[in-house]
Write a protein that binds this ligand. Structure first.
Ligand code: ADP
Ligand code: CP
Length: 308
């Protein structure tokens, strides 16, 4: 029996609520299979597309006068935790019931501490929201003042600051829930970023990379394995080129060399590999795999394994 932290990618959750629920239902089967096999599973998830969608919708509604005031960004992050957490909790609980397992999933609104002096606040790098053409992106940038960049060959997206996670505020509650046998859904969207001000925690407008937050979570719950699930089956070198090669395994030296050679796109595959390396360095096993083939990957038949 192992303790496994699973990180689900926001981009692998689809574009609409209907699409997300369908994808989450499939993921829930793999998650419950792991529970049935006797593992303790803790689930983290991304929110890039979802928090961007919520933020844009709120800002359009506020500009149109449909709502009284724009929604602050940390609140948009909290809404994305609730929206995705609801689908995960609902689907996992249904699947547990179907498989006759008397356990429950619990979604925990989670805050993650960041440093207000983190240099990331001055350099937005985290892609959020939908993908746009260059022309659409230029129009949005002019109208809304958003920073827009090209994202790994997939189109243009808004980027926001992405400070590094320092600590998970609700870590004691997470461990209590895990020890009580709950399947905990936490650190959604990398957690709601908070800073310490005059002894209080205060939300800040940013999106923490959920891969880094998941590696921090895996360390804090003393997990045996970190599984990062995304839209591709394996990490590749020469990604998108004719000589693309999918990797079954990487040790830390190989991963470092591939990073130096620029094989992993910043804002997409690079943070996953770096988060996997951070966990592997501390002695754990990290796996990057697709949501679709999650079960196979955990049994060693798919995905890229990163180990010391
Ligand atoms: N070297 C690489 N190997 C595989 N995928 C890569 C690579 N570089 C960039 N990518 C892209 O990164 C994506 C995963 O990042 P992203 O979509 O941001 O993840 P998430 O699922 O967490 O939202 C993949 O679907 C792929 O399109
Ligand atoms: N917060 C975060 O990292 O989201 P994605 O996985 O959607 O990029």
């Amino acid at each position: 029996m192992a303790k496994i932290v699973i990180a689900l990618g926001g981009n692998a959750l689809g574009k609409t609520a209907t699409e997300q629920l369908k994808l989450v239902k499939n993921a829930s089967k793999s998650i419950v299979d792991l529970v049935k096999a006797g593992n303790d599973v803790v689930i983290a998830h991304g929110n890039g597309p979802q928090v961007g969608m919520i933020n844009l919708a709120m800002s359009v509604a506020a500009a149109d006068g449909a709502i009284a005031a724009d929604m602050p960004f940390p609140e948009c992050g909290a809404m994305s935790q609730g929206y995705i957490g609801y689908h995960l909790q609902n689907s996992i609980d249904n699947e547990l019931k179907h498989q006759g397992i008397d356990r429950k999933a619990v979604t925990l609104i989670t805050q993650v501490l960041v440093d207000e002096k983190d240099p990331a606040f001055a350099h937005p790098t985290k892609p959020i929201g939908a993908f746009y053409t260059k022309e659409e992106a230029e129009k949005i940038a002019a109208e809304k003042g958003y920073d827009m960049v090209e994202d790994a060959g997939r189109g243009y997206r808004q980027v926001v600051a992405s400070p590094k996670p320092i600590d998970v505020i609700e870590k004691a509650s997470i461990n209590e829930l895990v020890n009580a046998g709950k399947i905990v859904i936490t650190v959604g969207g990398g957690g709601i970023p908070v800073i310490k001000k005059d002894g209080n925690l205060v939300g800040v407008p940013a999106v923490i990379d959920k891969d880094f937050a998941s590696a921090k979570l895996a360390e804090l719950v003393d997990a045996d394995m970190l599984v990062i699930l995304t839209a591709v089956d394996k990490v590749a070198i020469n990604f998108g080129k004719p000589n693309e090669k999918h990797l079954d395994h990487m040790n830390l030296d190989e991963a470092k060399k591939y990073i130096e050679e620029g094989h992993f796109a910043p804002g997409s595959m690079l943070p996953k590999v770096e988060a996997a390396m951070a966990f592997a360095k501390a002695g754990g096993k990290a796996l990057i795999a697709s949501l679709e083939n999650a079960g196979k990957a955990i049994n060693g038949a798919s995905g890229t394994l990163i180990e010391k």
